[in-house]
Write a new protein. Structure first.
Length: 401
C-alpha cells in the first residue's frame, strides 16, 4: 500500500467506527482485561446510580454530581476510544486491500482462440477461467500464463523494483493477482479458487494479527492492579479520619480523589500503545502477528534482510551429478546435458553449465545432431532428446515414469 493510500488517524472512516466501538468496549467482560479501567467503570456506574437516586429525591448538589459522573465516564470512554482508533488502523489496512480486490475487473474470455471478452469483477472469477490482460492492466487473480509473454511489475508483492519476464510454457508462467503487466498482452488461466488468492492471504494475515499481552505488559498490569488496591484502602480510611476531626466527606469527593490517585493514564493507554506499535511496523510493510513479536523486535540490534539475488539465488541450480551403480559420472553428465539442451528453464541451463565446467562437455550444435528435441513445458514437466534411436528424458519423477 502506498503512503498516500494509508489511512490517517484523523480520517472519518477510522474515527466514526472508533466512537461506536468505544461504547461496545464497555462490556464488563472486555473491560475486565484492564483492571485499572475496569475499576473506574465500576466506580462510574455506582456514582451514576447515586446521582439518579439524589436527583429523584431532590437532595445533594446535582451539578457537582453530574460533573463528576461526566468526567468518570469520559475517562473510561477515552481509554476505549484510544484503543479502538489503534485497532482501526489495522482494520483500515485490511479494508483497503479488500477494496483493491473488489474494484478490480477482468477481461473474461470464452475461448483461448477467440479474443472476444467481457468485463467481469475479479471476485467472480473461478478456477479454470481464461482472462486477457493487456499492457498497463492489473492481473485480476493468481494463475498461469497459457499464451503470450509480457514484462510484469511485481514490486507490490515481492519488492523487486525491476520488472520480470513472465511467459507461457515454462517455470516462469505463474503470475500473482495485483501485479501489473507493463508490456504486450497475455492470456492467464486462473488457478486460485475464491478466497485463496495471494491477496486473500494478505488480508487474512492483517486481520489475524492477534492482540496478545506481552510479558512486560502483564507485569505492568499486575503492578497497576496492586497500586489500585493500595489506593482503595487509602481512600477508604479517609471518612474515618474526617469523622474523627468532626467533618464529613461525600462519596463523590472520595471517588474523585480515588480516580485521581490511581494510574488511569497508563492503564488507559497501555493496550493502545501495544496496538500502535504493531501498526507502526505495518507502515513499513512489516506485519507483526502479535504484540509479543513487537516487543521481541525491540531487542534486535542487527537485522539482516536477504533479498533474492543479493545473498541467495532465486532459481534452483544444479550442483552435482549423482550416478547410480554401473553408470559413470561422465555418462550421466553427457545424458543430462543432451536432455537439457532444449530446456530453457534456469535449472536446465544450469545443468548444461555444470556439465561444461565440471566435465568439459561443450555445448553442441543442435542442427548437426539430427535429433528430435522435447522442450520442457509446465504441462509435461519433462524435457529430452531422441537421437540415434535412443530416447533420453529428464524431469519430474512421476512424469518420466
Amino acid at each position: 500500500m502506498s503512503p498516500k493510500n494509508r489511512a490517517s488517524i484523523a480520517d472519518a472512516s477510522i474515527l466514526v467506527p472508533a466512537i461506536w466501538d468505544s461504547f461496545k468496549k464497555l462490556d464488563p467482560r472486555k473491560m475486565a482485561r484492564n483492571p485499572v479501567m475496569f475499576t473506574v467503570e465500576i466506580v462510574a456506574t455506582l456514582t451514576t446510580i447515586l446521582f439518579i437516586r439524589d436527583l429523584a429525591q431532590g437532595i445533594g448538589d446535582h451539578l457537582f454530581s453530574f460533573q463528576i459522573n461526566l468526567w468518570l465516564w469520559f475517562t473510561v470512554l477515552f481509554a476505549n476510544f484510544a484503543e479502538a482508533v489503534a485497532e482501526g488502523r489495522g482494520k483500515a489496512q485490511a479494508d483497503s486491500l479488500r477494496k483493491t480486490k473488489v474494484d478490480l475487473e477482468a477481461k473474461l474470455l470464452a475461448h483461448q482462440e477467440m479474443k472476444v471478452w467481457r468485463k467481469v469483477p475479479a471476485a467472480q472469477l473461478e478456477r479454470g477461467d481464461l482472462v486477457l490482460v493487456e499492457a498497463g492492466e492489473l492481473i485480476p487473480s493468481d494463475g498461469d500464463i497459457v499464451e503470450g509473454v509480457a514484462s510484469v511489475d511485481e514490486s507490490a508483492i515481492t519488492g523487486e523494483s525491476a520488472p520480470v519476464i513472465r511467459e507461457s510454457g515454462g517455470d516462469r508462467s505463474a503470475v500473482t493477482g495485483g501485479t501489473r503487466v507493463l508490456s504486450d498482452q497475455i492470456v492467464v488461466k486462473i488457478t486460485a479458487t475464491k478466497g485463496s488468492t495471494f491477496l486473500d492471504r494478505m488480508i487474512a494475515l492483517v486481520e489475524g494479527a492477534e492482540r496478545q499481552k506481552t510479558p512486560n505488559e502483564i507485569a505492568l498490569n499486575i503492578l497497576l492492579a496492586g497500586m489500585t488496591l493500595i489506593f482503595v484502602f487509602a481512600v477508604a480510611t479517609i471518612p474515618s479520619f474526617a469523622r474523627y476531626a468532626g467533618g464529613t466527606m461525600s462519596v463523590l469527593v472520595l471517588v474523585a480523589l480515588f480516580v485521581t490517585l490511581i494510574p488511569t493514564t497508563i492503564g488507559a493507554l497501555l493496550s493502545a500503545i501495544g496496538i500502535a506499535g504493531m501498526d507502526r511496523l505495518v507502515r513499513f510493510n512489516v506485519l507483526a502477528m502479535s504484540g509479543r513479536a513487537v516487543e521481541a523486535a525491540g531487542d534486535v540490534d542487527t537485522l539482516l534482510l536477504d533479498k533474492t539475488g543479493t545473498i541467495t539465488l532465486g532459481n534452483r541450480q544444479a550442483s552435482e551429478f549423482l550416478a547410480l551403480p554401473g553408470v559413470s559420472d561422465g555418462e550421466l553428465a553427457e545424458a543430462a546435458q543432451l536432455s537439457s539442451l532444449a530446456d530453457e528453464t534456469p535449472e536446465g541451463r544450469s545443468i548444461v553449465v555444470l556439465a561444461k565446467e565440471k566435465y568439459g562437455l561443450r555445448a553442441r550444435e543442435m542442427a548437426s545432431l539430427h535429433a528430435t528435441f522435447v522442450p520442457f513445458t509446465a504441462q509435461t514437466r519433462i524435457s529430452g532428446i531422441d537421437i540415434d534411436g535412443t530416447s533420453i528424458r529428464k524431469g519430474a519423477v512421476d512424469a518420466v515414469l
